[in-house]
Design a protein around this ligand. Structure first.
Ligand SMILES: [Zn+2]
Length: 165
């Protein structure tokens, strides 16, 4: 089966998410594409860096701006495995990214369609096109696997603690 361009880049974002997963971080990954090339990558490092701002999208936006020598990312597309939060959706608006592609949605925290859509507020000076559901199944499976393992690890820990009493 032939992969679409969006799937190809989402696959690269998933690879970034796996890096987070391997660090024990919630597996979220992001890539930014400019002129058909990946110019920046990022993954969630919130626990590792002990930094609430260390989201995948923010890391990738920082790198892309540095690479292009401009805070405006006007010809870029951002791919992210999970629907962006309010901070990252805000950073997307701030960096003038015109197109965002999302893997799976985040009903409890997503701000590009779930709770609200910060990319489509006409009162702001910038809106972004949004495509959702690209490799949705893979993106959500990775999240589910992570949280399943986290729950199991917590259960084991509780059990071990109870036995040592
Ligand atoms: Zn975020």
């Amino acid at each position: 089966m032939r992969m679409t361009t969006d799937e190809k880049y989402m696959r690269a974002a998933l690879k970034q998410a796996e890096k987070a997963y391997n660090l024990g971080e919630t597996p979220i990954g992001c890539v930014i594409v400019h002129e058909d090339k990946i110019i920046a990558r990022g993954y969630n490092r919130r626990n590792t860096d002990k930094n609430p701002l260390a989201h995948a999208e923010v890391a990738a936006i920082k790198k892309a701006s540095k690479k292009l020598g401009d805070w405006r990312l006007e010809e870029c597309t951002l791919y992210v495995t999970l629907e962006p939060c309010q901070m990252c959706a805000g950073a997307i608006v701030q960096s003038r990214i015109p197109r965002v592609v999302v893997g799976c949605m985040n009903p409890k925290a997503g701000c590009t369609g779930s709770i609200l859509n910060l990319l489509d507020i006409q009162a702001f000076n910038h809106q972004a096109d949004l495509t959702t559901g690209v490799l949705e199944e893979e993106c959500s499976q990775l999240m589910k696997q992570f949280f399943r393992e986290l729950r199991e690890a917590r259960k084991m820990k509780k059990k071990a603690e109870a036995q040592s009493l």
